[in-house]
Design a protein around this ligand. Structure first.
Ligand code: SAH
Ligand code: DHB
Ligand code: MG
Length: 214
């Protein structure tokens, strides 16, 4: 199933619970104009993430994979005061684009973009986060799992986009490296006694887990 299949139920929830303001819709529009890929989360997924962040009272969040800042705006807006989002992006063009998105959405002061590969940046981070959202290169998901768990406080939330990888995780004959890596990410989350997790079937699957122990 393609990620963005029009679905009347999804549309119903979108209009009722997750309407976009001008800043959010401008990001999608500007991304298209600039030729950035249209692979941001959906508004309904942004709202699910926002509800979960508020449920754990998140103030500090870490995002891996900024793109144009669309998901980062949803996350930054859901953080309590004084909120702080650290978001990692290795494509300089995406980072520059996202910096503008955050300012225009009124969250520029609470977002810090770390430019470079998350593979290099994550091992150097030491502070603990209330939530970690994984949404960069799929081949690195098992590494992001390990680093995300290390950086989460007990009671914090592990979130992972594309847990269904376009439905491909369920087709056992599909052995593509990105699909295998997302499968491994899901298996790690499912079998880790330190995490209580599941996949919420919103858009391309949102993996959600609460960290129970260090
Ligand atoms: N979270 C965004 C979408 C992210 S798309 C949203 O929903 O709005 C994935 C992003 O990860 C792309 O911008 C890509 O450049 C970035 N990326 C890919 N590999 C990376 C890596 N190793 N380190 C940091 N960023 C990476
Ligand atoms: C792709 C990546 C994403 O993070 C996403 O949400 C959708 C598609 C991709 O690489 O195709
Ligand atoms: Mg994604």
């Amino acid at each position: 199933m393609p990620i963005e299949t029009p679905d009347p139920i999804e549309e119903y929830v979108h209009i009722l619970f997750a309407p976009e303001d001008a800043a959010l819709s401008a990001v999608s529009r500007r991304q298209e104009q600039a030729g950035l890929p249209a692979i941001n989360i959906s508004p309904t997924e942004g709202k699910v993430i926002g509800v979960l962040l508020r449920a754990v009272g998140a103030r500090r969040a870490l995002e891996i994979g900024t793109l144009g800042g669309y998901s980062g705006i949803w996350i930054a807006r859901a953080l309590g005061e004084p909120g702080r989002l650290v978001t990692i992006e290795m494509d300089q063009r995406h980072a520059t684009f996202a910096r503008r998105s955050f300012v225009e959405a009124g969250v520029g002061d609470r977002v810090e973009i770390h430019e470079g590969s998350a593979r290099d940046i994550l091992p150097r981070l030491k502070e603990k986060f209330d939530a970690v959202f994984v949404d960069a290169d799929k081949e690195s998901y098992p590494f992001y799992y390990e680093q995300g768990m290390r950086l989460l406080r007990v009671g914090g939330l592990l979130l992972g986009d594309n847990a269904f990888r376009d439905g491909r995780v369920a087709h056992s004959g599909d052995r593509a490296p990105d699909v295998e890596a997302v499968r491994e990410f899901n298996r790690l989350a499912a079998n880790d006694p330190r995490l209580f997790a599941t996949i919420i079937p919103v858009r391309d699957g949102l993996l959600v887990g609460v960290k129970l122990a260090d």
